[in-house]
Ligand binder design. Structure first.
Ligand SMILES: Nc1ncnc2c1ncn2[C@@H]1O[C@H](COP(=O)(O)OP(=O)(O)OP(=O)(O)O)[C@@H](O)[C@H]1O
Length: 473
């Protein structure tokens, strides 16, 4: 039975329009003379017109060599014929179209003509465009990987002191297997740099390296961050649940930074994951198998934490299969110069300058004890560079603690007379502070923590003359 809707012309038209606009092919309906009765959006777009503009006009206005009146006149259908455009200037790139045209008959009499236009060439071009884009994407992906490798390749890790070379060789060995690695070292020694290096030198390099700082995440969130949760696992749980870092790192590496700060109950859960090689999301009942290489790092003495019962002994042994220890900077002063030059190079490249460092300033940096290690050194170089005049980083740009700590170590004993040595040492410090403070005596006295009069007395005793011509380098 014919639906009421089909009897209603207006409803039928709406339905017809909707269907026509769904297809990417072009459709046109004309009366027997070629006046456009309907044209869908795809075809309008293709011809650079609109429905409002086209309907009621003769099709020849848009397609000069149109065959629609001919179809109506002959009453013959044409399937998938090639149509070459005469008015190319209007057409967006396609010279040919595949067209099916048919007369519409009622009681054997032609009442209209319809045509379906397949934008095949359009599609072929689109496919070609996609192929080119795909190639580009592949190129950039490879490039990114190459950059990643480059970033963490052996020679990008600064340091060639004997101690440091040992560490590098161990890390290189670690990258050839899948065993757990524990990286130890004081803050700022480059533990994260090494975790990156091990991952990108391993055959997991094309898979993710996922890092998590166990100290930075609130205790109550750590479990869901590491292992994920199912939908509805707790109030506020995201729809669809959430993958944990272990799942995200599947096939790759997880870097558990500051592992010494992991709460005891999480340590038990972590141990289970490492033993079973599977994770269970919070609120889940089916564990998921995982293949993840674990690298952890700490600046704490985990052994001591084990003794104090703050770290599980079984977990400690499971994580510490390969121990990569990074020596503090003060134990490898030979590397300091390399770092300073590298950081200055980076700044020069970034800001297109040519700043160098004075030998005296370099000497002080080499003699500083660097409690904050490489991170501290990097900050010092950056701030000295920022304070300088773009040509030279000198003592003036260094902070007083670097000058004093550097001096203490650098003033080797040059004579036998203790007073003489002390005087020489004192004179050097005062001169450095004077230069740093632009020969402002009050400021210098203030920074040295002595009275101005005392400072003047020292000038006399040490034969220091206040003049900007004083050369200390
Ligand atoms: N050998 C190295 N070569 C190049 N850059 C380094 C090296 N070691 C450290 N750095 C740089 O020093 C800074 C600190 O390094 P990183 O964050 O890896 O230290 P960390 O030991 O993980 O510190 P923390 O214990 O505080 O987390 C970074 O800017 C890093 O790029």
């Amino acid at each position: 039975m014919e639906s009421k809707m089909y009897e209603d012309y207006e409803n039928y038209k709406l339905l017809f329009d909707e269907i026509l606009d769904m297809t990417e092919d072009g459709f046109v309906v004309t009366d027997i003379d070629g006046t456009i009765l309907e044209m869908n959006k795809s075809y309008c777009d293709f011809l650079g017109t609109t429905k409002e503009e086209a309907i009621g006009k003769h099709i020849g206005k848009f397609i000069k060599n149109t065959k629609m009146p001919e179809i109506a006149a002959t009453g013959k259908k044409e399937v998938d014929v090639i149509h070459e455009f005469a008015n190319k200037e209007k057409i967006q790139g396609d010279d040919f179209l595949l067209v099916t045209r048919a007369p519409v008959k009622r009681n054997g009499k032609v009442i209209a003509a319809v045509a379906q236009v397949k934008f095949r060439f359009h599609t072929i071009k689109l496919a070609e465009k996609l192929r080119v884009q795909d190639q580009e994407l592949k190129y950039y992906r490879d490039e990114l990987r190459r950059l990643g490798e480059d970033k963490f390749s052996d020679d990008k890790i600064i340091g060639n002191s004997k101690e440091f070379e040992k560490t590098k060789r161990l890390a290189e060995k670690a990258s050839n297997n899948n065993l757990p690695v524990l990286i130890t070292g004081e803050t700022g020694t480059g533990k994260e740099v090494f975790a990156n290096y091990i991952h990108y030198a391993s055959d997991r390099k094309d898979k993710p390296l996922i890092s998590i700082n166990c100290a930075a995440i609130p205790e109550e969130l750590l479990e869901s961050e590491l292992f994920g949760y199912e939908e509805g696992a707790f109030t506020g749980a995201k729809k669809g649940g959430k993958k944990g870092k272990f799942q995200l790192a599947n096939g790759g590496t997880i870097f558990l930074d500051e592992i010494g700060d992991m709460p005891m109950h999480m340590q038990a859960k972590l141990l289970r994951v490492l033993q079973e090689n599977e994770v269970e999301r919070i609120g889940g009942y089916k564990p998921t198998p995982i293949d993840v290489r674990v690298i952890s790092a700490t600046n704490q003495d985990l052994k001591k934490l084990v003794e104090k019962k703050k770290f599980r002994e079984d977990l400690y042994y499971r994580l510490n299969v390969i121990n990569v220890h990074i020596p503090p900077l003060r134990q490898r002063p030979e590397d300091i110069e390399l770092f300073v030059n590298k950081f200055l190079d980076e700044l020069n490249r970034k800001y297109k300058t040519n700043t160098s460092i004075s030998p005296k300033a370099m000497e002080l940096l080499k003699n500083h004890t660097w409690p904050g290690n490489v991170r501290e050194l990097k900050n010092v170089v950056e701030s000295a560079y920022a304070l300088g005049d773009n040509e030279m980083v000198g003592i003036k740009q260094l902070s007083s603690d670097i000058i004093t700590s550097g001096k203490k170590l650098s003033s080797g004993f040059k004579g036998n007379d203790l007073d003489l040595i002390i005087n020489e040492f004192e004179k050097e410090i005062i001169l450095d502070y004077l230069v740093k403070n632009d020969y402002n005596v009050s400021k210098t006295a203030n920074e040295l923590g002595i009275h101005r009069t005392t400072l003047y007395n020292k000038f006399k005793k040490l034969n220091i003359k206040i003049s900007k011509d004083i050369k200390i380098e």
